[in-house]
Design a binder for this molecule. Structure first.
Ligand SMILES: C[S@@+](CC[C@H](N)C(=O)[O-])C[C@H]1O[C@@H](n2cnc3c(N)ncnc32)[C@H](O)[C@@H]1O
Length: 236
């Protein structure tokens, strides 16, 4: 199951604000009343009806670190995770890595208020595949104190099949290796994912702590069960 439905319980037709093809499929922003929707490769990716878990992804991770100076956010989306990171005054530098170049361009242009004004002295937007960045193959260079991954629905309902590796041992090991000592990695999922939890446990060193947090969100008359998966690296 993805996040929300993108349709139910909403008034009026959707108006396309912007759409553009990319090598990874079309990316589009749609407005339905006050709600902004992101569509990636023809699939509803997210909207602004309830962004509590996108925000919690950031705040829960930051709470687990004493001095989170450098943060990597994988997946710009509609910018809620990145903005929540920037709201923490302890954070000095945020690298947001986004696969869809038009989305970064629209954010820079301030096309919609939700994405406007993110980039600045403390925040850089990068167009790249976060898997490549974590593997050290271009883009911003770590280590980071906090790495947040919200690039897809989770391992069992992928929008981009190519993202599968990020939820498997090799991708998670690369993300854990990109952490500074004491660093925190958190992965968002639209569903409880036992395989992801097991993979994270298997890449965690002896002293790392791995946790699953299940997050229930009520919307459109239904309850969605999202989850985050965290790994906290041992400090120096
Ligand atoms: C669900 S949205 C992220 C939502 C975001 N947490 C927020 O608060 O708005 C997922 C984003 O990840 C991007 N994405 C997908 N695969 C990616 C990858 N491999 N590397 C970087 N970004 C990716 C998508 O284009 C989309 O913008």
């Amino acid at each position: 199951m993805g996040r929300g439905s993108g349709e139910a319980g909403r008034d009026g037709p959707a108006r396309t604000v912007a759409r553009e093809g990319t090598p990874h499929g079309e990316v589009a922003l749609r407005r339905r009343g006050d709600v902004l929707e992101l569509v990636v490769d023809g699939a509803f990716a997210m909207d602004t009806v309830d962004t509590s878990t996108e925000v919690a992804l950031a705040t829960d991770a930051l709470r687990r670190h004493q001095a989170p100076a450098r943060v990597l956010v994988g997946g710009l989306g509609l910018g809620f995770t990145a903005r929540a990171v920037l709201d923490d005054p302890r954070v000095e530098q945020v690298d947001v890595v986004e696969l869809a170049e038009p989305l970064v361009r629209w954010a820079r242009q301030g096309l919609v208020p939700e994405l406007a004004g993110l980039e600045g002295a403390r925040c850089a937007l990068h167009v790249a595949d976060v898997a490549d960045v974590l593997a050290g193959e271009g883009g911003p260079v770590g280590p980071w104190d906090v790495v947040l991954l919200d690039v897809d629905n989770g391992p069992d309902f992928l929008v981009h099949a190519a993202n599968a590796g990020l939820y498997e041992e090799a991708g998670l090991a690369a993300a854990a290796a990109a952490l500074a000592p004491g660093g925190v990695l958190v992965v968002w999922s639209s569903h409880v994912a036992p395989g992801l939890l097991a993979a994270l446990r298997s890449v965690a060193g002896e002293d790392a702590v791995v946790e699953e947090d299940v997050l229930a969100v009520a919307r459109e008359g239904r309850t969605f069960t999202y989850a985050t998966y965290s790994l906290v690296r041992a400090g120096c």
